[in-house]
Write a protein of this length. Structure first.
Length: 147
């Protein structure tokens, strides 16, 4: 059975939901709040490890000036931190069109993943979260369900 992009993303968000965020680096303690950029890069690395290459990091700004980041993967909007906002109930968004994301003015697009930022000090923190999520995935046989 072929695993879909949506299933893969749901599995990764499930793994993130199992983490003890208080034990993670300081900037992640309030996951998903305030973690959208870093989590998008971490998810990009995971998707790349699963053979998905067409991944772009997108950062947009709301009319009130707040920023949010997500991925565009093979033409799909992929967002696993939008539920930090009160008007979003889905913890995983994988869709070809999103009226919610269309509200944001795109300010930045780049290749996604933290390997491309390997020369920065933040890489160790991103690796810590990434490896913790991988540990959960390796220990878990949790079936993917709708969320």
């Amino acid at each position: 059975m072929q695993v879909t992009l949506s299933d893969t993303v749901k599995q990764f968000r499930y793994a993130l939901d199992q983490l003890d965020w208080g034990a993670m680096p300081m900037g992640f303690h309030n996951f998903p709040s305030g973690t959208c950029g870093d989590i998008s890069d971490i998810l990009a690395n995971y998707l790349r490890s699963r053979g998905i290459e067409e991944i772009e990091y997108v950062c947009g700004t709301f009319p009130d000036g707040k920023n949010h980041a997500w991925l565009e993967v093979c033409g799909y909007i992929v967002d696993i931190t939008a539920d930090q906002f009160p008007d979003v109930s889905q913890s995983v968004i994988v869709t070809s069109a999103s009226p919610w994301h269309e509200k944001l003015a795109v300010k930045k697009r780049r290749k996604a993943g933290f390997i491309v930022r390997a020369d920065t000090p933040v890489t160790a923190y991103l690796n810590r979260v990434y490896n913790a999520a991988l540990d959960v995935l390796q220990r878990s046989s949790q079936p993917v369900g709708s969320n």
